[in-house]
Design a protein around this ligand. Structure first.
Ligand SMILES: NC(=O)c1ccc[n+]([C@@H]2O[C@H](COP(=O)([O-])OP(=O)(O)OC[C@H]3O[C@@H](n4cnc5c(N)ncnc54)[C@H](O)[C@@H]3O)[C@@H](O)[C@H]2O)c1
Length: 294
């Protein structure tokens, strides 16, 4: 595991007075990301589906970092009502938002739908975060310089955005559905970066590496693969490094819209670079979520 620690966030930036939201912060990469941001003095919101689990993690982070400003708020990305309620609560209680880490994700779950009828992978991983970001965007702009980090995956290389099958209505494969949603994370990041030019808000997508976590819970094949290659698999703390690099490193603003792995800009698939698809996905997402297209 030491061999794989090449991608380490070396930023020494401290975050007193800064406000951070991390989605899916009660396990895995999100938990380690939140812990490090708390260690640096930020007020950290753990946006979690399971508030009880979140509270245990918040206590743990408070104890290890000595930072009491670790707060848990309910956020279920598979329900737009919950996303709107989270945003409303957050906007009422906080004046600023400096860092938003869109980290939560589901992988290879059996075919199922969100409360709003979206296929689960595209619904949670893409549309849920799309709506959350949209609702928090004014606050991020007011708090500039601020950053949005979208946790995607190398798996996006196998993804394709088929607009006629966005919800798996014609064909569904759980593994591919995950890949499509991670491609959507990158397209979203690039279009968002274009739209945010000059606003002081920058955005980055991330491949965290292959990381030991609960993500593989739905697939016994993937659990077996993880076990087989466990020596090469990163710890969640190592997996958090690239998100932290994009959230913290000074002077990264000129790289807004880029995709990072091991704390370096890395290449993405041809479709992930396609501006036309990115723009259309933006419009389709607004349409599905009932947001104005501007
Ligand atoms: N583990 C890996 O090897 C790997 C590789 C590439 C990308 N990623 C990405 O990293 C991110 C974090 O994954 P992880 O590996 O830490 O897995 P994990 O399963 O430990 O964490 C995912 C988090 O998302 C939360 N979540 C799931 N559905 C949610 C919902 N509806 N509402 C709110 N929260 C929800 C979970 O509760 C959990 O806290 C994901 O976006 C994943 O796609 C992971």
């Amino acid at each position: 595991r030491k061999m794989l620690s090449s991608g380490v966030c070396t930023s020494t930036v401290q975050l007193p007075g800064k406000v951070v939201v991390v989605t899916g912060a009660n396990t895995g990469i999100g938990k380690e990301t939140a812990k490090e941001l708390a260690q640096r003095g930020a007020r950290v919101y753990l946006a979690c589906r399971d508030v009880e689990k979140g509270e245990l993690v918040a206590k743990d982070i408070q104890t290890t970092t000595g930072n009491q400003q670790v707060l848990v708020r309910k956020l279920d990305l598979s329900d737009t009502k919950s996303i709107r309620a989270f945003a409303k609560g957050f906007l009422t209680e906080e004046k600023h938002l400096h860092i938003l880490i869109n980290n939560a994700g589901v992988m290879m779950c059996p075919y199922s739908k969100t409360a709003d009828g979206f296929e689960m992978h595209i619904g949670v991983n893409h549309l849920g975060h799309f709506l959350l970001t949209h609702l928090l965007l004014e606050k991020l702009k007011e708090s500039a310089p601020s950053r949005i980090v979208n946790v995607s995956s190398l798996a996006h290389h196998l993804g394709r955005i088929h607009f006629h099958n966005l919800q798996g209505e014609k064909f569904y494969n759980a593994g591919l559905a995950y890949c499509h949603s991670k491609l959507a994370n990158i397209l979203f990041t690039q279009e968002l970066a274009r739209r945010l030019k000059g606003s002081g808000v920058t955005t980055y997508s991330v491949h965290p590496g292959t990381v030991q976590s609960e993500l593989v819970r739905h697939s016994s094949f993937m659990r077996w693969m993880w076990w087989l290659f466990s020596f090469f698999i990163k710890t969640p703390q190592q997996g958090a490094q690239t998100s932290l690099h994009c959230a913290l490193t000074e002077g990264l603003e000129i790289l807004s819209g880029n995709h990072f792995s091991d704390c370096h800009v890395t290449w993405v698939s041809a479709q992930a670079r396609n501006e036309t698809i990115a723009r259309r996905l933006w419009d389709v997402s607004c349409d599905l979520l009932g947001l104005p297209m501007d």
